[in-house]
Design a protein around this ligand. Structure first.
Ligand SMILES: O=C(O)c1ccccc1NCC(=O)[C@H](O)[C@H](O)COP(=O)(O)O
Length: 204
């Protein structure tokens, strides 16, 4: 089970992650209150434990900007949240970048569209549209392929997402208090995932 904590914007955030050891951390380069400048992002990447993978999050940006930032920061993955098509992703893959393609899903038909990206992306991430309050687990349950799930995950409801048996979970606002990453909330997620993993092993 991959755990990704997204939207880090302070060196304090990465120190908390080094203690908790999520599998991935996400840095946002798309327009967002969580957007980080390249130089701060560099400091965060340099400060992270080597075991944690770095992910740059982009949305409909010029591909040359994605390549420039990913190369400068030596990012482990780029995560694409916009209308980036097959050719865009193929170009990044041909250059050696690993890609997480995020697809906003609201209804069962969107799952079909998301599945097509499993052919080219390293991971498909099912997310709910920003501002939506749908229960994405009710849509993701129709997916018959490996996916990371995001959208509304909190320490209180994470079990519902884990029960879908995704390859990973991605959390941003649910591990924040007043707009900043919160160690106690992040720890609750890690503890619940560890418990889930123990249950998985016991049940074969
Ligand atoms: O977080 C943003 O502001 C953002 C802006 C533009 C593109 C992607 C963005 N976020 C990606 C993520 O943080 C997560 O992949 C996902 O949407 C989870 O969000 P949340 O429901 O807050 O856990």
């Amino acid at each position: 089970m991959i755990v990704k904590f997204c939207g880090l914007k302070r060196l304090d955030d990465v120190e908390m992650c080094n203690k908790l050891q999520p599998d991935m951390i996400g840095l946002i380069f798309a327009p967002s209150p969580r957007k980080v400048e390249k130089d701060l992002a560099k400091d965060i990447v340099l400060a992270k434990s080597p075991s944690i993978k770095s992910v740059g999050v982009f949305k409909d940006q010029n591909i040359s900007e994605v390549i420039e930032i990913a190369t400068y920061l030596q990012l482990d993955f780029v995560q694409l949240h916009g209308k980036e098509d097959y050719e865009y992703i193929k170009h990044l893959k041909d250059l050696g970048f690993r890609v997480i393609k995020a697809i906003e899903v609201e209804r069962q038909e969107d799952i079909k569209r998301a599945k097509r990206y499993t052919e080219i992306a390293d991971f498909v991430l099912l997310d709910r549209p920003k501002g939506s309050s749908i229960d994405i687990t009710e849509v993701a349950k129709f997916a018959d392929f490996a996916y990371i799930i995001a959208g509304g995950i909190t320490p209180e409801n994470v079990d519902k997402y884990l029960n879908l048996n995704p390859v990973g979970i991605d959390i941003s606002s649910g591990i924040e208090t007043d707009g900043f990453k919160d160690f106690a909330k992040m720890k609750k997620i890690i503890d619940k995932v560890n418990k889930y993993k123990v249950g998985e092993t016991k049940n074969g």
